[in-house]
Design a protein around this ligand. Structure first.
Ligand code: MTE
Length: 335
């Protein structure tokens, strides 16, 4: 599998540092909204020789382009979450509700062949096969914070493309106002889907939704990889959503269907407990979960049993460029 993702853009080698370097010298990583971090991947790749060597080659430089507006990128000091943490401490209830269940139970999950459909209120419905996920759009690396509604967070280098690219290709009709997403439904492979006990009482398939303008926001990403590799099954292979300014439950995994609609679609967690989980789910330190505060979070970094690094939670998880999307909306009411 060759990843054709874009090289660093608007960044110098000093702007980011990789996990192993961080471990050695506890360097502070500068995280940007948009990052194409060549330097970050150098070490990850040498540990995984093979297709990723391509990234250092001259051929890779062909992909150095700058269609995105990097001037809006916001710099903050963040430390990259070690890959080993991000791939072993997961929420993927289809494989069980324990944080260690997904890595343990998802290893035989079949991601190839895969079919992703884009349909509904569009001019040109799309059907993508596994290979298309990696070749239809140019891939880039973006380091985002992921803030779970459970008040822990990580900083993860994703690989993927803006959701807007695929939606534009399908040509939305003017009636389209929302986008709904659906995870694969396959109880034979996903034990949580055939047992309410294992699957936490969720009504499967897991579904999520965004307003169309949120879906078109360039930060909203479909991810096919992390840490320089394809996504592991426990993180939502082969393709998942990443919406960095919203609580992690919006970032639906292992997507098979994207449907444009004219009505706000139901979402799994809102259906399960509407007073606790809203449709918007924007990260907001001022609006507490009914059972716990959202003012602070536990950043999962390194060390023993998830060394605790308590930090203030930022409005929109620090991605305040999205605030205009919610002008005039009461964020307490529409949580
Ligand atoms: N997608 C599906 N299909 N099923 C899930 O249980 N959990 C969500 C989200 N996407 C979930 C899902 C939650 S609560 C979070 S915090 C993130 O995935 C966690 O992503 P990660 O395991 O890659 O950190």
């Amino acid at each position: 599998m060759i990843f054709n993702f874009r090289k660093a853009n608007g960044l110098t080698e000093n702007d980011v540092t990789d996990e192993s370097v961080y471990k050695e010298r506890r360097a502070i990583l500068k995280t940007l909204g948009y990052v194409g971090a060549g330097s970050l991947l150098a070490t990850a790749r040498s540990a995984n020789a093979g297709p990723f060597d391509w990234f250092n080659s001259d051929e890779a430089s062909k992909f150095v382009t700058s269609p995105l507006d990097f001037t809006k990128a916001k710099a903050t000091s963040d430390i990259l979450t070690p890959e080993e943490k991000a791939t072993t401490y997961n929420n993927f209830y289809e494989f069980g509700t324990g944080k260690g269940d997904p890595v343990e139970k998802a290893q035989d999950f079949k991601v190839n062949p895969w079919t992703l459909k884009v349909e509904g209120l569009v001019e040109k419905p799309l059907t993508l096969a596994y290979e298309d996920l990696f070749s239809m759009f140019s891939l880039e690396e973006r380091i985002y914070r992921l803030r779970c509604v459970e008040a822990w967070s990580m900083v993860i280098p994703w690989i993927g493309f803006s959701l807007a690219n695929i939606i534009k290709k399908a040509q939305p009709l003017s009636k389209a106002k929302y986008v709904s997403f659906q995870t694969l439904y396959d109880p034979k492979q996903m034990p949580g889907q055939s047992s309410r006990f294992i699957g936490g009482g969720v009504d499967y398939p897991y579904v999520e939704g965004l307003r169309l303008d949120e879906a078109m926001q360039p930060l909203t990403m479909l991810s096919v990889g992390m840490y320089g590799k394809t996504l592991p099954p426990q993180n939502g292979a082969p393709i998942r959503l990443v919406v960095p300014w919203k609580y992690g439950f919006k970032s639906i995994k292992s997507i098979v269907k994207i449907v444009l609609t004219d009505k706000q679609p139901p979402t799994t967690w809102q259906t399960l407990a509407a007073d606790e989980y809203g449709f918007y789910a924007n990260v907001n330190p001022k609006v507490d979960h009914p059972r716990w505060s959202q003012a602070r979070e536990r950043r999962i970094v390194s060390g023993g049993l998830f060394e605790q690094n308590r930090i203030d939670t930022l409005p929109f998880n620090g991605y305040e460029e999205v605030a205009p999307l919610y002008k005039g909306l009461d964020l307490r009411k529409f949580y």
